[in-house]
Design a protein around this ligand. Sequence first.
Ligand SMILES: [Zn+2]
Length: 259
Amino acid sequence: MQTFHDSLFSDSSLPALQPVETARRPKKTHLAPGEVNRIFSEEYRALRPRAPMPEMEVRFRALVSLNTTIRLREGKIHVSLSDLLEGAQESVLHAIAHILLAKLYRKPIDKTHNLRYKRFQYSEAVARQTEHIRSTRGAKRWLGPEGRYYNLDEVFDALNERFFHNLLGRPNLTWSEHYAKRQLGHYDAAHNTIVVSKVFDRPSSPRYAIEYLLYHEMLHLKHPVKVHGTRRCVHGAAFRADEKLFPQLAEATAFLKRL
Ligand SMILES: [Zn+2]
């Protein structure tokens, strides 16, 4: 299990973590309704001591992942938190409130808060991985994230750190069973799984190609499919704008065309 631990975060600032066997889901706390709004107001005040307090709406959504969003619309802050955070300790909620507000107002992210949230993410990831192993034991086998040359979990975590402030919940990641060339990657929402074609798991496949493919699928997590009437908008304007942030977009798309 050492590789899981090592690959989860690309920085080395984390202290020694408890081994997988003894990792448990953090103790549930019972926050009174409105408490989470108070936490966000306190973190807002700490970050912007003199600015007027905006209206805030903080909601928990039932999600299997830790996806978390913050938006400022007409002076009101809208926060959507995964319900996995609902039972988190107050210090973790302070940490995520700080991170989201700092991100929104382009302020530096406090190291203590960042570390606290990462620790929480780590313990959640371990708990979910343990549950996953338990639930799939004896069931249909899948290839999983560890390929011959690339580990999809490791690539995902690196991209999450680089482009998403670690705010995307990691879904299940697996290599495809076959060397599919038509469907190079896709997100299976029903199983919360990103499947990447095994054609990329070879030394001739540059890391930026896998990164681009995974980054694209991660943008699908960030921008869920909107339905306008009967039209499904899969790659909207915001999606495409984000996609252009990938530095080797041109090289990657050229590589995919040559496959
Ligand atoms: Zn797509």
